[in-house]
Write a protein that binds this ligand. Structure first.
Ligand code: NAP
Ligand code: SF4
Length: 664
């Protein structure tokens, strides 16, 4: 088969294995690693990605011992029983034509439990636990545990191991003067600090023989002070190669770095240059990572010789068939990862199973019946926002005859607003994907149609109402003043805001609007150079200035943004702080008039003299059609925001659409 991505789909030798393509599914912690009863789920999760074109996969992180666990659950891979149970995973992946490595991750001082150890007893700034210092015997035992873990991985049928040597975990903690204050053979000089990493690799090779793939995840950019210089990293890479590493995966930034590395604030492929500069110095293959979410970008990186393979972790959550669609020349059908972290990493950090907002099937493959319907029906779906699109495409995929109505001139609903927010441009890819799937699946799309009961008088067997939400109005006296706009007016470009802007409401959309106001002319979300400058990577911080003076307000007390995503919210907060956005909590709204917005804060009245007031006070259900259809002689289903506007997010909307479609 010819493919538009010939470099991506060319063979590569890794150790003694010949892989049919250069597409790897990178490690993604799912939160199922500690649950042996979830092994059937994991087996299907990985097998689906192998069937979908990943020639090599890496599991989530498993500790070589309990001290190395990342969280309170036991993810250590140190018993024969656990290894034997994992045969189900390796066999499923092998049957699907893929190869899979077990990631061995010792968290060191990043572990979130009271048994953590590290080269020196220095607490990480992102942890509340302080590690115990390993003594010489403890270090040697830990190395032996890595080797034993790799042996068990081999017993389980894994094709190799990935030794986690990046992101600030134990191995990097030994390497960096920042975290290694030892004065024995394991600290001090670079040779001493690198001894742990090198001994781990040698011990793993000695324990497992020549055929097991050893991948080492190398930190090619730490993004914090007092770690390795570029020259030292190159020296380390060469020594690891001599120690018989087969291939380097790469990592960008320690977790304590305050620079985004995978969030949607990072332009696509923004860190490939850091991989490239190591590639020039080594002879074994090296893998590029971070914000590679499209086959054309992967192809370009490989064609230009900047890396030997590409690793995609989140994009394989978003679409298990990323590889097969790319190979078949159907990249437009790929459900693209939008780098929101909302259902993958943010779930992981609150002890929920990682999944994906644009693909709620991820990690739940065994819970939905996706087999074709034996009794195809005629289904009308009203509303082409995320919920309606999800329902219409899934229903059509399962064999139903679907008509999708939308009152606007385009599909996408609220995603059309989101894509206008700097850093959220990837939301446009979800709309593109749905558009391509509607056409591919033969869904009849009726745009510019305001649906009434009469419209649905056709012979539809069932009707799905996915008409979404309306902004909440009438929250402040004087809201009909010409200076007042809704967030939909601003983000759609219908209203051009003045210089001084008050944002009423500081939920997800209040933050989106504030970011839009202060960053809409900032190229840092799209352009690699601008991004590197803005975040001070190798260069001065850029002097980007905001066009607007913005004040954000909320009635609740306390700091703003508590409910933003854990792994992305801080990026927005830094951006707003740097832009000088004023934030007022505990506000009572008095009225709006020609002077501006009158509020009372801590008992003191204040008039905010602003040119534009943007209301971002949540939403209400747009469910009028459902009320009209009540009592109809066929089933009417309500999903997404039309069903319940409170705390609606894209995940819930898309999941409700998917779930309903499987039950029609
Ligand atoms: P939201 O998160 O519920 O926030 C609504 C805001 O309006 C709150 O700050 C609330 O704060 C204020 N408010 C509520 N009723 C009000 C009233 N009667 N008068 C004045 N202020 C009022 O809703 P949203 O910001 O519209 O977001 C909608 C959904 O989309 C949410 O579920 C959100 O999580 C999701 N979303 C998420 C993101 C993200 O980045 N993760 C981005 C956008 C949207 P006070 O009550 O304290 O004033
Ligand atoms: Fe990508 Fe967001 Fe899905 Fe995570 S939840 S895989 S970041 S689209």
């Amino acid at each position: 088969m010819t493919t538009p991505f010939p470099h991506l789909f060319s063979e590569i030798k890794v150790g003694t294995a010949l892989l049919p393509n250069r597409l790897m599914m990178g490690s993604m912690h799912t939160n199922l690693e500690s649950h042996d009863e979830a092994i059937p789920r994991l087996a299907e999760f990985y097998a689906a990605r192998a069937r979908g074109g990943a020639s090599l996969l890496v599991t989530g992180g498993y500790g070589p011992n309990r001290a190395g666990n990342v969280g309170g659950h036991d993810t250590s891979f140190e018993t024969v029983e656990r290894a034997d149970a994992h045969r189900q995973i390796t066999e499923a992946v092998h049957d699907a034509g893929g190869r899979i490595l077990l990631q061995i991750l010792h968290a060191g001082r990043y572990g979130y439990h009271d048994g953590i150890v590290a080269p020196s007893p220095i607490r990480a700034p992102i942890n509340t636990f302080t590690p115990r210092e390993l003594d010489d015997a403890g270090i040697r035992e830990t190395i032996a545990d890595f080797a034993r873990c790799a042996e068990l991985a081999k017993r389980a049928g894994y094709d190799g191991v990935e030794i986690m040597g990046s992101e600030g975990y134990l191995i990097t903690q030994f390497l960096a003067p920042r975290t290694n204050h030892r004065e024995d053979d394991w600290g001090g000089s670079l040779e001493n600090r690198a001894r742990f990493a090198l001994e781990v690799v040698r011990a793993v090779r000695a324990a497992t023989g020549p055929d097991l793939i050893i991948m080492f995840r190398l930190s090619v950019l730490d993004l914090i002070d007092d770690t390795l210089s570029l020259e030292e990293t190159i020296w380390l890479a060469k020594e690891l190669e001599k120690a018989d590493v087969d291939i380097f995966d790469t990592g960008i930034g320690w977790h304590e770095a305050r620079i985004p590395t995978i969030a949607n604030a990072v332009p696509r492929g923004a860190f490939v240059w850091a991989v490239e500069r190591i590639k020039k110095e080594i002879t074994i293959p090296i893998i590029a990572t971070n914000r590679i979410n499209a086959p054309d970008l992967a192809e370009e990186i490989l064609a230009e010789g900047r890396a030997d393979m590409v690793a995609l972790a989140r994009p394989f959550l978003a679409d298990p068939d990323f590889g097969s669609k790319a190979r078949a020349g159907q990249p437009e059908l790929i459900n693209t990862c939008i780098a929101c972290n909302q259902a993958c990493l943010d779930h992981y950090f609150v002890d929920k199973t990682a999944t994906c907002i644009v693909n709620p099937l991820a990690g739940h493959e065994t819970e939905y019946d996706m087999s074709a319907t034996p009794a195809p029906k005629k289904i009308a779906v009203v509303g082409a926002g995320p919920a309606g699109l999800s329902c219409a495409t899934t229903a059509a995929q399962l064999g139903h005859h679907v008509t999708l109505f939308e009152r606007a001139a385009e599909i996408g609903g609220q995603f059309n607003l989101a894509k206008a927010v700097p850093g959220k441009q990837e939301f446009a890819e979800t709309i593109r994907h749905y558009g391509a799937r509607l056409a591919h699946l033969g869904v009849s799309l009726q745009l510019n149609v305001q649906v009434s009961a009469d419209t649905l008088n056709g012979d539809y067997d069932e009707v799905v109402v996915a008409t979404g939400v309306e902004p909440r109005r009438h929250v402040i006296a004087g809201e009909d003043h010409p200076c007042v706009a809704s967030y939909t007016d601003i983000l759609s470009g219908r209203v051009v805001p003045g210089k001084r802007v008050a944002v009423v409401g500081a939920g997800g959309i209040g933050f989106d609007v504030a970011v839009y106001l202060v960053e809409k002319t900032d190229r840092a979300h799209l352009d690699e150079e601008a991004f590197l400058q803005k975040w001070g990577i190798e260069r001065e911080r850029s002097q980007h200035g905001s066009e607007h003076d913005v004040v954000m307000l909320q009635r609740s007390e306390g700091s703003m943004g508590k409910h933003l995503g854990r792994t992305t919210g801080w990026v927005h907060k830094i951006a707003l702080r740097n832009a000088g956005v004023r934030q007022l909590s505990g506000v009572a709204y008095d009225r709006i008039d020609d002077q501006g917005l009158h509020v009372t804060v801590a008992g003191e009245p204040e008039c905010l003299e602003v040119d534009t007031i943007v209301i971002c006070a949540g939403q209400v259900e747009n469910d009028g059609l459902a009320e009209t259809l009540a009592g109809a002689d066929r089933p009417v289903h309500l999903i997404g925001g039309a069903k319940e506007a409170g705390e609606l997010d894209a995940m819930r909307a898309i999941e409700e659409g998917l779930r309903l479609a499987t039950c029609l």
